[in-house]
Design a protein around this ligand. Structure first.
Ligand code: BG6
Length: 479
């Protein structure tokens, strides 16, 4: 497709997401020459501030590693201007339009990328204002939107209807930033470009699959937002389910965005809603030494809240490839380590030839320390015929030492500029995802599931190992 020349508008430019993710990603693209050097970036938010204060905010989380970076940052900031305005006031968006036209007169850009780094409450008002004031004829529009996409199936559909009345599906880019992560993007290649993996990727060889997300941090001042949503809506229904769909989907007809997303949505439709017995919830309390406060100690969290900060849930995919294979999804905050990984455990070896055997596993470590490793049996070197578990280890730090792994947001913003929807969530995919989780979320919201307390910095609520073992995960027979 023809490369268009964009002006980027970041709405919610003074918020955390913009500062921590959007601006550093735009800078990364600029520095590495993926962004046209003429691209202008306009920030829009309610706060009134001088340009130099704004520039301090834009740079706050940009990592400067060399003198060269410093020079790049200076020229990058020259492209960044700011305008304050309300989110529902036409006159402010008309002013934004003047600002845009001034800029476009110089840059000759004919396309606009609106990045909505906004809280859900102002989402639709802003989309309406943009449509009314900032969408002139002949100008290409792209809209990047961030979760939460509603609270459940109904509210997500409502949001979809409202947004759909303003912009076409082609104009909308729903971000799930896990789809921009290197190892998540690697999944299709691992599966569909390797006979040795592709041919065993099914219920005949695989016993169970675990997808795990662990974070060491708690809610840290985001308690207000978090409490309304909880860990299932915050991480499981989107990030983990997206990973699951890439692990489980059938090979797409081609790598086109529509072909890929057709397969992703199809596999989600084979998953029935999660049952009460297939879920385990937790909420963190103070650390064992009492030094780090618990979830309910956060002043932004309502008293007595039962919102889960940990969840484990098992889903089943009722199709020919996966029938009977449990997919165990686990995610939690305030745990003992930070880690996201996919662990595919194979069935036991048949027969009694060897005394001591562990199951084969393929582990795809998404972060930190990107890696793929295969756990396999080997002969223990030396005299004798003892078996030993060993690894075929593809750790990126060793194998691709000098390659910088791009940030997820860099990859996704670049995709949006290039009109590539493959790594964005389509409306029907979102719908299918909500169908799986909405009934159980309703029960949780009604208070039918008390979360089990776990200490900040621990491995999670009691019973997690038993929960996982119930769905078949074990290490095999060992002496
Ligand atoms: C976000 C969640 O979508 O993902 C956060 O809202 C979570 O709660 C974050 O911390 C994790 O992303 P990453 O890229 O740091 O693993």
């Amino acid at each position: 497709p023809k490369k268009e020349h964009f002006t980027v508008v970041v709405l919610g430019a003074s918020g955390d997401l913009a500062k921590k993710k959007t601006f550093p990603a735009l800078f990364g693209l600029y520095k590495n020459k993926y962004l046209d050097p003429n691209t202008h970036i306009i920030g829009y938010a309610r706060t009134k501030m001088d340009l130099h204060v704004y520039h301090d905010q834009v740079s706050k989380y940009i990592k400067i590693k060399s003198d060269e970076d410093k020079v790049h940052l200076e020229s990058f900031l020259k492209l960044c201007t700011y305008q304050s305005g309300q989110y529902d006031k036409d006159s402010d968006f008309q002013e934004l339009e003047h600002h845009l036209r001034d800029v476009e007169k110089q840059t000759r850009a004919k396309a606009r990328l609106f990045y909505m780094a906004l809280p859900p409450s102002v989402f639709i008002p802003v989309a309406k204002s943009l449509k009314k004031n900032n969408h002139p004829e002949g100008v290409t529009i792209r809209l990047i939107v961030e979760k939460p996409f509603g609270m459940d199936l109904e509210s997500s559909r409502e949001l979809g209807r409202e947004l759909g009345a303003l912009f076409t599906e082609e104009e909308i880019y729903r971000i799930d930033h896990y789809l921009g992560k290197e190892m998540v993007k690697n999944l299709m290649i691992l599966r569909f470009a390797n006979v040795i993996f592709g041919s065993v990727w099914n219920r005949h060889a695989i016993d169970n699959i675990q997808i795990t997300f662990k974070e060491k941090i708690g809610t840290e001042g985001r308690g207000g937002y978090f409490d309304e949503f909880g860990i299932i809506r915050d991480v499981m229904q989107n990030h983990l389910l997206q990973i699951l769909s890439l692990v489980a989907m059938e090979p797409p007809v081609s790598l086109s965005a529509e072909n890929v997303r057709d397969e992703k949505v199809k596999v989600l439709r084979y998953i029935p809603p999660i049952q009460a017995e297939d879920i385990l919830l937790g909420q963190y309390v103070a650390s064992e030494d009492g030094k780090v406060p618990g979830y309910l100690d956060d002043k932004t969290v309502p008293k007595g809240s039962k919102t889960p900060t940990y969840a484990a849930a098992t889903v089943f995919i009722n199709n020919e490839r996966w029938s009977g294979v449990p997919f165990v999804l686990k995610c939690g905050k305030a745990l003992d380590q930070q880690k996201t990984e996919i662990r595919i455990q194979f069935k036991d070896v048949a027969g009694n030839l060897f005394q001591s055997l562990s199951r084969n596993e393929i582990v795809i470590r998404v972060q930190p320390g990107e890696a793929v490793y295969v756990k396999m049996m080997n002969k223990e070197p030396g005299l004798g015929m003892k078996t030993i578990i060993s690894d075929l280890d593809l750790s990126y730090s060793k194998r691709f030492n000098d390659v910088a792994i791009p940030e997820a947001y860099e990859s996704l913003i670049l995709d949006a500029l290039n009109d590539d929807h493959s790594n964005f969530v389509r409306d029907d995919e979102l719908d299918a995802a909500w169908k799986i989780f909405t009934p159980i979320l309703k029960k949780i919201d009604e208070g039918h599931h008390d979360p089990i307390p776990y200490a900040f910095g621990s491995r999670g609520p009691k019973g997690v190992s038993e929960f996982v073992a119930k769905y078949g995960y074990h290490r095999g027979k060992q002496e």
